[in-house]
Design a binder for this molecule. Structure first.
Ligand SMILES: Nc1ncnc2c1ncn2[C@@H]1O[C@H](COP(=O)(O)OP(=O)(O)OP(=O)(O)O)[C@@H](O)[C@H]1O
Ligand SMILES: Cc1ncc(CO)c(N)n1
Length: 501
């Protein structure tokens, strides 16, 4: 199949994180062939905008004609326009070239707060919005386009999105990037149907320079290749969330850094954090702290299990696992039980995927269900191949499997039941790993649970739990808190089992 040929019409960012530079990376990262016509040259970096040079609009028109005279364009993404005459030039070209998919990111203000559109040109952008397929304003731009105050609540943002969709007869993507709170939802609004919402966790990293540019170009590309806006958004959101999460690995600039568009490709190639000019850098120190709670609900779950977590730390098994003095016999028993546990755990994760209210959560739990058996299970298969054991199912294993089976009544309860296995392992793993000695016999175990990738998925899971709990009626929330507490206690019993036999 031909890659979609996607044209970005936008301004530049010489630091490579926003504007056409970000667009070209995003288009390539999600599987398109990127092209770009420059509207304005912007002297900017991750800290802010210094100045803008706008070539004559007639020259922009020459660029656009050069592309459309030669290349079949599958989708267009429009970003920074700067002034009304540029808006007019693009509008005229669109009416002649008639590209099949047009996404307008109505860029008005940069992440740094600098203006990228003359105030007098806002009306021109509003009328351009009536001839495109999708508009992707952030909350500030949505407020300008609807003549409202900037929304601070998600439902107000959705109402403004509906208003813009109705008044311009256009599909609107409402973006939650500028909301407060642990969640970062996005929603497609069109026609009279209810919004199509894709949830996502808010990443605390500051690598959010150019998120809007990256998102709109990925959407244009994926709409061309996937055929539906809903699929395009679901895929774009998952990719962008991970790209923001991996942004800090790039070490670009001292302000709001860029997102890591190619994080997945680099991971597959074994590149990334370690690949620095002049040889291999020291590996980043592992995260030594537990993933933070995502809000008041998960903070309460974590706080209430503190006594149990202390008991876990004090277990001979866990101490021996940390300092490497644990007898192999106990570790082998534990891993053999854990291999069976992972099969049960994977089934619970698959059920969470089944109950998930959003496509993003559905995909996350399904991936986790698969990962528990494939990636995490690999540790077990490798060790047990050299240390054969067939101990049969122990009591702690059966109790934990029972809890997972019985907690599937509601989505919040199930998410709470599967969360301690993520969160407590990341906490214990990261702390033991930080004190790891050379030649540690259980290094593979420590590495697995202190892995930053694992920490990232723990953060996502906590974010989903927070949202699920916050939205649950009182009774369900209480049942979910009970499930979390019970699972935390069973984590303790599971660690204690090998030496209590
Ligand atoms: N901290 C964050 N964590 C997770 N997702 C985020 C975060 N900030 C923004 N996003 C996501 O990034 C996308 C762009 O949203 P945002 O509202 O930030 O756009 P924008 O302001 O136009 O971006 P830009 O920074 O390029 O001006 C949305 O999908 C939003 O949900
Ligand atoms: C050129 C350009 N377009 C858009 C943005 C918004 O982030 C930016 N900073 N620079």
């Amino acid at each position: 199949m031909t890659l979609p040929r996607v044209l970005s019409i936008a301004g530049t960012d010489p630091t490579g994180g926003a504007g056409i530079q970000a667009d070209l990376k995003s288009i390539a990262a999600v599987g398109g062939f990127g092209m770009a016509a420059v509207t304005a040259l912007v002297a900017q970096n991750t800290r802010g905008v210094r100045s803008v040079h706008t070539p004559p609009p007639s020259f922009l028109r020459q660029q656009l004609d050069a592309v459309s005279a030669d290349v079949r364009i599958d989708a267009v993404k429009i970003g920074m326009l700067g002034g009304a005459d540029v808006v007019r030039t693009v509008t005229d070209w669109l009416s002649e070239a008639k590209p099949p998919i047009v996404v307008l990111d109505p860029v008005m203000v940069a992440t740094s707060g600098d203006r990228l559109l003359a105030k007098s040109s806002e009306d021109a952008v509003r009328s351009l919005a009536t001839v495109v397929d999708l508009v992707t304003p952030n909350l500030a731009e949505l407020a300008v386009l609807t003549g409202s105050a900037e929304a601070t609540q998600w439902h107000d943002a959705l109402a403004q999105g509906r208003q813009l969709a109705d008044s311009c007869g256009v599909r609107v993507l409402v973006k939650g990037g500028h909301l407060g709170g642990p969640a970062c939802p996005d929603a497609l609004i069109s026609g009279s149907g209810s919004p199509f919402v894709v949830d996502g966790p808010r990443i605390t990293a500051t690598t959010t320079h150019g998120t809007g540019c990256s998102m709109s170009s990925a959407l244009a590309t994926l709409r061309a290749s996937r055929g539906s806006w809903e699929d395009a958004l679901t895929e774009t959101k998952a990719w962008l969330t991970d790209s923001i999460r991996h942004g800090p690995e790039l070490h670009v600039g001292s302000g709001n850094g860029p997102v890591h568009h190619f994080h997945a490709l680099y991971e597959r190639a074994g590149l990334g954090e370690r690949a620095e000019p002049g040889g291999l850098a020291e590996p980043e120190p592992a995260a030594v702290a537990a993933a933070p709670p995502a809000g008041p609900e998960t903070a309460a779950l974590w706080r209430d299990t503190e006594p149990v977590r202390r008991q876990i730390d004090a277990l001979d098994f866990v101490r021996g696992l940390g300092d490497g003095t644990l007898a192999e016999e106990h570790f082998t028993y534990y891993l053999a039980q854990d291999a069976m546990y992972l099969r049960d755990y994977s089934r619970a994760l698959a059920r969470a995927s089944q109950l998930a209210p959003t496509a993003g959560e559905q995909a996350f739990w399904a991936r986790a269900a698969c990962g528990a058996i494939t990636e995490e299970g690999e540790l077990h298969r490798t060790w047990l191949a050299g240390h054969p054991a067939d101990p049969g199912r122990g009591r702690a294993l059966d109790a934990y499997a029972g809890l997972l089976r019985e907690s599937g009544g509601t989505y919040p309860q199930l998410v709470a039941a599967v969360l301690p296995c993520f969160w407590i392992y990341q906490d214990v793993g990261a702390r033991l790993h930080a004190r790891r000695t050379d030649g540690h016999p259980y290094a593979a175990w420590l590495d697995t649970y202190a892995d930053p990738e694992f920490a990232a998925s723990v953060t996502t899971a906590i974010g989903y739990a927070e949202t699920a709990l916050a939205g649950a009626p009182g009774e369900e929330r209480a049942a979910a808190a009970d499930a979390f507490a019970a699972a935390a206690s069973l984590e303790r019993d599971f660690f204690a089992a090998p030496m209590e036999r």
